[in-house]
Write a protein that binds this ligand. Structure first.
Ligand code: ZN
Length: 168
């Protein structure tokens, strides 16, 4: 461990790591290096969220659960993000709402950029190879590939429906 690290150095280092990580709306609080992986403890920058049902802004935090999300590797090390999954209460709808983060699809345990990376690798290499390299199970690789394919098909469909509307 590095000796004589002042608090200012520590904060400067975390700001630098946040920049390097380049994910919107979160900051690095701490990081942990091991021989073949790096994990980042992240903090969500906003205090509250907008209700997806009525667009009301709420800061009424109901509960927070820690989740672990896989991200793109750095220097061939596996990268994991430790994030809070926050649930808020919306007074208007009287419902509990789970916050959605921009860089993770709903209920996924990988960042979008990691899933995109795996998807493009599946198009080039075989699934067994990727499974071994990434330490993912074959089913996990297939699941990521299917998720991205479905997402792309959906986006393509929405786009063609839009252009159909414009044409009319
Ligand atoms: Zn609401």
């Amino acid at each position: 461990m590095v000796q004589n690290v002042t608090l200012t150095d520590f904060f400067a280092m975390n700001i630098r790591l946040t920049d390097l990580l380049n994910l919107p709306g979160v900051a690095v609080e701490s990081c942990h290096f091991s021989q073949d992986s790096v994990s980042f403890q992240l903090r969500v920058l906003t205090k509250g969220t907008y209700c997806p049902h009525c667009r009301n802004y709420t800061e009424e935090l109901h509960q927070t659960r820690p989740i672990l999300v896989r991200d793109v590797p750095v220097d061939s090390k596996e990268v994991y993000l430790k994030l809070p999954r926050r649930q808020f209460y919306c007074r208007v709808c009287q419902r509990y709402i789970t916050e959605r983060l921009q860089f993770i699809d709903w209920r996924r345990r990988y960042t979008q950029r990691y899933e995109e990376k795996i998807y493009s690798q599946v198009n080039r290499c075989n699934i067994e190879q990727i499974s071994q390299q990434q330490h993912l199970r074959i089913e996990q690789v297939k699941n990521i590939f299917n998720h991205i394919s479905q997402k792309r098909n959906k986006q393509h469909l929405e786009f063609s429906q839009k252009s159909y509307c414009y044409e009319r």
